[in-house]
Ligand binder design. Structure first.
Ligand code: NAD
Length: 447
């Protein structure tokens, strides 16, 4: 076993990869990044639920060995920096990890407090919460840093309706799809050049010279690269997911009618990878109608594409027609939030960032600092991310127990304040507001 300075590996089995497949022992060591703010509350609730589900599913034969890995506030206090190399090395070594939310500085100030997310222009004591051990100099997003350091190129967001959750959409109960958003290219690898800057002016001149096209001289210029490599590995992951989960279709979403060689190529390369890599498992809409009169042949998965603006209508009017979607970075960003809103908001949406070998599962909301340590917030996002993690590890029985427990807890109205408020506003009178840990207990009782 590898040795680290601050990370202490518990006794257990290292998860390995053999011929592209995850090898998971009965006592796998899994990385746990607690997160800032309400990470303090939701992480223990998640570990409690996962422990109970695994125990129940496998009669005590299996058990996850959590390995704390320090990032954000916990890292600042140990290493003096928020994203130490050791944390990245440890996650890579363990292959599977789960994380809470992390503070990201957003304003102009030079420092941010990792306890309460207050921003200020000096180090030392936080002007807002008065704590002395959490103020860090401005840094780049930890979430983006983790994705880039490990090349976690697929951002995976399952979106499903939970019976009893108030939703603004009439067809919410048909929503059950997984979004694969490309995590490294497009605007994430893009460059923005300010109006009047040397580069902006040079690009405008170059385009005029090489194509004859005019761009207004007072324009800012943005560049968004989308590559064949980046597209194919993302769409391949989406296709693998559809095959593994026995799902009926993969939809490539793009704006290729306007941007032919970035968005349009995304669709073209997506079709190529589906047909080149998976034999005859996938069938296009054209072949479906030309050769099968629109009737899906047994054992096939439909590969189709939709223009980005139309898919935003379709997920509201015909969500049942979509099961896996693959999108470039920016469209995927919009789609992830829009889809979650369809089923009642951000509280329950799980997520993962997946690369060639490493998978990092994550709560999708932020640190909600005003609720830190109050045992109040909804741990649903992190718990459902753990469900994805268990599925990824092949421990599907434990994953299903958690799903069952959570569905029933919501149906019974045993929910945290956020859902309780929405349910009461819809006129439900049998709602019992429970704490963060109490929601975990309510799930365990119903497994
Ligand atoms: P936020 O998601 O932390 O909170 C906004 C509001 O949403 C909260 O005040 C709360 O009312 C509600 N909320 C969030 N999570 C909840 C939960 N689990 N249960 C119940 N209610 C919940 O967003 P913010 O206030 O804009 O950001 C706070 C900090 O979190 C910032 O530093 C931001 O950069 C960071 N952030 C991190 C991530 C991440 O790590 N993935 C994502 C978003 C924001």
């Amino acid at each position: 076993m590898k040795e680290f300075q601050h990370v202490t590996l518990p006794e257990g089995d290292l998860i390995t990869i053999d011929d592209g497949r995850l090898v998971v022992g009965d006592r796998p060591i899994v990385g746990a990044l607690r997160g800032d703010g309400i990470g303090l509350d939701i992480t223990p609730a998640m570990e409690n639920v996962v422990g109970a589900a695994v125990n129940k599913a496998y009669g005590g034969k299996r058990e996850i060995q959590w390995c704390p890995i320090y990032v954000g506030l916990e890292a600042l206090q140990r290493y003096g920096e928020v994203l130490p190399q050791e944390a990245i090395d440890a996650i890579k070594y363990l292959k599977v990890a789960i994380k809470g939310p992390f503070t990201t500085p957003i304003g102009e100030e030079t420092h941010v407090c990792l306890h309460c997310a207050h921003q200020q222009n000096h180090d030392g004591t936080c002007d807002n919460c008065g704590k002395t051990d959490g103020v860090a100099a401005r840094f780049r997003s930890i979430n983006v840093g983790l994705r880039q350091a490990m090349d976690l190129y697929a951002c995976v967001r399952p979106v499903a309706y939970y019976q009893g959750v108030p939703s603004p959409n009439k067809y919410a109960d048909q929503v059950d799809f997984v979004i694969f958003r490309e995590n490294t290219e497009d605007v994430y690898a893009g460059y923005d050049f300010e109006q009047g800057s040397d580069v902006a002016e040079a690009v405008i001149a170059l385009i005029k010279e090489m194509t004859g096209r005019e761009i207004r001289s007072d324009s800012g210029i943005g560049i968004k690269p989308i590559s064949e490599t980046g597209t194919k590995r993302l769409v391949k992951k989406a296709c693998e997911w559809a095959i593994a989960q026995d799902l009926p279709s993969v939809t490539i979403v793009h704006k290729g009618n306007i941007m032919k060689f970035t968005e349009g190529s995304f669709a073209k390369w997506g079709y190529e990878v589906a047909t080149e890599e998976f034999g005859d498992r996938f069938i296009t809409e054209k072949a479906l109608w030309d050769d099968h009169n629109g009737k899906m042949p047994e054992g096939k998965i439909l590969i189709k594409d939709r223009i980005a603006d139309s898919i935003f209508q379709q997920i509201q009017t015909r969500p049942g027609e979509y099961s896996v979607m693959a999108l470039p970075n920016l469209n995927g960003d919009y789609m992830s939030d829009a889809a979650i809103a369809l089923v009642g908001g951000l509280g329950l949406g799980p997520g993962a960032n997946i690369g060639a070998e490493v998978a990092l599962f994550e709560a999708t909301h932020g640190t909600a600092p005003k609720y830190t340590g109050m045992d109040k917030v909804n741990p649903g996002s992190l718990i459902l991310s753990a469900v994805m993690m268990l599925d990824h590890m092949g421990w599907t029985e434990a994953a299903e127990l958690i799903n069952k427990g959570m569905r029933q807890a919501i149906i019974d109205g045993h929910v945290t304040y956020d859902l309780a408020r929405l349910m009461k506003a819809e006129g439900r009178e049998d709602v019992t507001e429970v704490s963060c840990s109490g929601f975990g207990d309510a799930i365990v009782e119903r497994m």
